[in-house]
Design a protein around this ligand. Structure first.
Ligand SMILES: *[C@@H]1O[C@H](CO)[C@@H](O)[C@H](O)[C@H]1NC(C)=O
Ligand SMILES: *[C@@H]1O[C@H](CO)[C@@H](O)[C@H](O)[C@H]1NC(C)=O
Ligand SMILES: *[C@@H]1O[C@H](CO)[C@@H](O)[C@H](O)[C@H]1NC(C)=O
Length: 409
């Protein structure tokens, strides 16, 4: 297949994003681990002590993150999702951890995580209850922000279930943002505001960027290829709206990396990793780091892919072409470089060739007079010096992705 198709590019790469939340955090996308997709709301510690939501789970993940190179690769946050609290607030109206599953309390857990050089994330909800039915923060934003700060929490994932009046979603998220600011502690603020607002109207992304460090736009990721595809399709469809607002301090969050679990083939895992890098997505793994296959670990710790994700320019990539069951995505990088992902969406047959004619690709003008193309994935391969007359040919497996960087010479 030859890329001799009209290349349609929006203005997405020309706009400078509006001001971000002014807390100095998330200047590159957050990296870490989050329990939800893999461990969900498993609270049955009698029957399943290894996999239930309790303090040991997070301590063990922190241990492994240091021992097995995750921290060195950049994964820094150990994040608790729903189902950690007690059903009752304490006498002062504060949230408290479930006493059976977190007998030492969250402050001790934060101290432990910090002693490993890592950071702790926690979860709460803007409405009256969390999505799993635990106490919500509506009416308690100041108390809860102060409680999290007192405990030494470093990130808050703030869900959007059970908001009695959706018109107040924005107000709730904004109020919690100022409550966090008032604590004086640096706390990354991860929102689900647009996800819940899209059900009623197009969200105000400028306001969201001023309020949150990252924000979920679309439904939860599942351990299946269909889910990853639907997230990519949604993002490409809405890219004119969501891409321009991403930048240092504020990111679109397409949800967790499910690499290392059960539902994705090797090629599909590579696609998720490559496209999350192109999308400047937070890299929050939800898997069992205590027991993960070496190939998945190698992929998640791939330095070149992580460097694309963490590129300091902070521009989110976008899809520039969809044709003949291929998708071509690109992301402008610092140093006038470019990352390019070619995904094969055909789910039958074998590897297919895709040819990029440099001359017709507007973003490849950095190849005038010369550039250097490197294949990052599936294998590292220097593809040599190219110019405007070059045709760059890649081979892509069904549901897989080939990832390149293009560097001016
Ligand atoms: C709170 O907001 C002010 C003004 O936007 C900012 O300068 C300050 O760094 C913020 N503090 C925290 C802890 O986020
Ligand atoms: C947000 O704060 C304002 C000002 O204190 C208050 O009037 C409003 O009710 C709050 N909204 C929510 C949803 O907490
Ligand atoms: C091409 O780029 C790679 C890094 O991506 C570099 O190691 C190599 O030396 C470059 N080759 C040339 C000819 O510049």
């Amino acid at each position: 297949m030859r890329a001799s198709i009209i290349v349609v590019i929006g203005l997405v790469c020309l706009l400078v994003p509006a001001a971000a939340l002014d807390n100095g955090l998330a200047l590159t996308p957050t990296m870490g681990w989050l329990h939800w997709e893999r461990f969900m709301c498993n609270t049955d510690c009698d029957a399943d002590p290894q996999n239930c939501i309790r303090e040991e789970l997070f301590m063990q993940m922190a241990d492994v993150m240091v021992k097995e190179g995750w921290k060195d690769a950049g994964y820094e946050f150990v994040c608790i999702d729903d189902c950690w609290p007690s059903q009752q607030r304490d006498a002062q109206g504060r949230l408290q951890a479930d006493p059976k599953r977190f007998p030492s309390g969250i402050k001790k857990l934060a101290d432990y995580v910090h002693s490993k050089g890592l950071k702790l994330g926690i979860y709460a909800d803007v409405g009256t209850k969390t999505c799993a039915g635990y106490p919500g923060s509506l009416g308690y934003y100041d108390i809860d922000a102060k409680t999290f700060a007192d405990w030494g929490v470093d990130l808050l994932k703030f869900d959007g279930c059970f908001m009695p009046d959706w018109h107040q979603l924005g107000e709730g998220y904004i109020n919690m943002s100022s409550a966090l600011n008032q604590t004086g502690r640096s706390i990354v603020y991860s929102c689900e505001w647009p996800l819940y607002e899209w059900q009623h109207q197009q969200p105000d992304y400028e306001a969201i960027r001023k309020t949150c460090n990252h924000w979920r736009n679309y439904g939860d990721v599942y351990d299946q290829w269909t889910s990853v595809k639907s997230i990519l399709d949604w993002t490409a469809e809405k890219q004119k709206i969501v891409v321009p607002v991403a930048g240092p301090g504020g990111w679109n969050d397409p949800d967790m990396l499910i690499i290392g679990n059960f539902g994705l083939s090797r090629d599909q895992q590579q696609t998720q990793m490559a496209l999350w890098a192109i999308m400047a997505a937070p890299l929050l793994m939800s898997n069992d780091l205590r027991d993960i296959c070496p190939k998945a670990k190698e992929l998640l710790q791939n330095k070149q892919i992580i460097a694309i994700n963490q590129d300091p320019l902070g521009k989110q990539g976008y899809r520039i072409l969809k044709a003949d069951s291929f998708e071509l995505w690109e992301r402008p990088l610092s140093g006038n470089r470019l990352a390019v992902a070619v995904m094969n969406r055909q789910e039958i047959g074998g590897p297919r060739r895709f040819t990029i004619s440099v001359a017709i690709m507007p973003s490849w003008k950095l190849c005038n007079p010369k550039c250097n193309v490197t294949q990052i994935m599936p294998t590292y391969k220097e593809m040599g010096v190219q110019n405007l007359l070059s045709e760059v040919v890649v081979q892509v497996n069904p549901t897989g992705t080939t990832l390149l960087t293009v560097n001016p010479l």
